[in-house]
Ligand binder design. Structure first.
Ligand code: NAD
Length: 513
């Protein structure tokens, strides 16, 4: 891993103040505590990052607010050019950055590379978009008048991200925010701080080469206390926060109190409905990857299978059989399907959830448990579990960020399955496996899935950057990435222009002088 750290410009300690120049070195200690980053892969200490102090934070904000004033002057397609260069640099560094993601966070190497690919994809998308930040003209009811709508940069965007996508979530936000003319201050998860420093190094070099102010991209390091500096800061009009519903509840309220905007991307409790006509060749890989990929630590991970009673035994046996073939181990070894959980707290939460499911009457089909022995020294490797459960179990109603899959039956029509699928507080991702057109269309209709993402004959897990990503209810309602998600990073302005010699008022109001 040392060569990877070197290629990404990572030294042993980051001073926590980088606004772009990243002048971090062991000599530049400040008062902030050190955040130690241990790999869940082998339990080794990878590096330390200095937590950002209030004083450091003010320096960062100073750089960011100043940078905004010049960045918004740069024409959008030229801002796109910077993002294009960033995407190209990511192409060059896909392997080391993907490997760092895998080592620091614990996802498989393929998924680490995939995460960097998502960054590249959103850069490409943003470059094209930089020539399409289009407003519209609107017919005016008054003669000699025209109305139009414009989109202007919003300012400093605060980004708070979760550990499980330690680089892509930042890029989804920044690539769009930058072309929109905004500057970004990012607080990454304290569980994967080196990934954020690596990303910052990459963009900082590009900004420098292009003589752009370093404050266009800033990072601050630390836990929720540093996050609170962002959420309470009225210089930050938009806070994009990805993480648990518990976090979003606090962040949303804090930002709303100062009339800021928040874009919330929170937890999911995603289900696949498996109908009688479902094709097992599609169901099994879709459900199994969805449940165990990233060791069940994706917001879109499949948590529930809602299976028609007529095919229940067949589907259950096929899924249980597939679990028997899964290999668990070092995620950098591409033979393994499943890597570790992020840390020991996550392992304890996983174990507690299994106990709770049993206590509520769940029937364990595939036993979970923590793996021990050679290769599992970090203590973070667990066995994916399958439990037959009811949708109304308290534990099933909650997102447990671990590979636990709940199986349940439905009978009768697809509406009964949809009711179960929607019968949770979260609304992120959902899927139906069916070859019946009517069932598929019902599931996608207004009376169907209540989630932000609804798929047919693919699983719940993962998404392409072209679509808007996010979910309803306790998932927070935010949308990132594709479609018109860019609009949240801009402020909307309505203009009415009078090119006549009169001043008619709207709604026919007369005001004679
Ligand atoms: P978390 O909520 O523990 O932390 C997320 C981030 O929020 C961290 O950077 C943390 O420091 C910060 N934070 C926590 N409390 C805060 C506060 N009061 N004020 C400001 N910042 C605060 O989440 P996690 O364990 O890192 O990630 C897992 C969760 O993230 C899961 O629930 C998962 O579903 C969710 N997630 C959602 C999406 C999505 O797009 N919907 C994507 C990835 C992860």
């Amino acid at each position: 891993i040392q060569d990877v750290l070197q290629q990404l410009g990572l030294k042993a300690i980051n001073d926590g103040t980088s606004t772009g120049s990243n002048n971090f070195s062991p000599d530049s200690y400040r008062d902030g505590e050190l955040i130690e980053s241990y790999s869940p892969v082998d339990g080794q200490l990878i590096g330390k990052v200095k937590s950002t102090t209030r004083e450091d934070y003010e320096k960062v904000m100073d750089a960011a607010t100043k940078a905004f004033l010049s960045w918004r002057d740069v024409p959008a397609p030229q801002r796109g050019e910077i993002v294009r260069q960033f995407g190209n640099k990511l192409r060059d560094l896909k392997r080391p950055l993907g490997k760092l993601v895998s080592y620091e966070m614990g996802k498989s190497l393929q998924e680490g590379y995939g995460e960097v690919q998502e960054m590249i994809d959103i850069c490409d998308f943003a470059v094209g978009l930089s020539r399409q930040l289009n407003g519209q003209t609107i017919p005016s009811e008054r003669p000699g008048h025209v109305m139009r709508e414009q989109w202007h940069p919003i300012g400093v965007v605060g980004i708070i991200s979760a550990f499980n996508f330690p680089v892509a979530v930042w890029a989804w936000n920044t690539a769009l925010a930058w072309i929109c003319g905004d500057v970004c201050v990012w607080k990454a998860s304290e569980k994967a701080p080196l990934c954020s420093v690596a990303c910052q190094n990459i963009i900082a070099a590009i900004l420098k080469e292009n003589n752009c102010p370093e404050g266009i991209s800033c990072i601050v390091n630390g836990d929720y206390k540093v996050g609170e500096m962002i959420t309470t800061d009225s210089r930050i009009p938009l806070v994009s926060a990805t993480g648990s519903t518990r976090m979003g509840r606090i962040v949303g309220a804090t930002v709303a109190k100062r009339f800021g905007k928040s874009l919330l991307e929170l937890g999911g409790n995603n289900a696949i409905i498996i109908t009688p006509s479902a094709d097992l060749k599609v169901v099994v890989p879709g459900a199994v990857f969805g449940a165990v990929g990233t060791c069940g630590q994706r917001c879109t991970s499949t948590r529930r299978l809602i299976i028609h009673e007529s095919v229940y035994d067949k589907v259950r046996d096929a899924i249980v059989g597939a679990y028997g073939q899964l290999t668990i181990g070092n995620p950098l070894d591409e033979k393994n399907h499943i890597g570790p959980l992020i840390d020991h707290d996550a392992v304890n939460t996983y174990l507690a959830a299994i106990e709770k499911a049993k206590a509520e009457g769940g029937n364990v089909l595939v036993e979970g448990g923590v793996l021990e022995g050679e290769g599992y020294e970090s203590g973070c490797y667990v066995k994916p579990a399958i439990i037959e459960a009811e949708n109304n179990f308290e534990i099933v109603q909650h997102e447990t960020f671990a590979p636990i899959l709940y199986l349940m039956k439905y009978s009768g029509e697809v509406e009964n399955a949809i009711a179960k699928q929607n019968g949770v507080a979260q609304g992120l991702s959902s899927a139906i496996m069916t070859n019946e057109m009517k069932e598929a269309e019902k599931f996608l209709s207004y009376a169907g899935s209540d989630c932000g993402i609804a798929n047919v004959n693919i699983g719940t897990s993962g998404a392409e950057i072209g679509g808007a990503f996010g979910g309803e209810k306790e998932t927070g309602g935010g949308r990132e990435s594709g479609s018109d998600a860019w609009k949240v990073y801009m402020r909307r302005q309505t203009n009415t222009i009078n090119y006549s010699d009169q001043l008619p008022l709207a709604q026919g109001i007369k005001f004679d002088l």
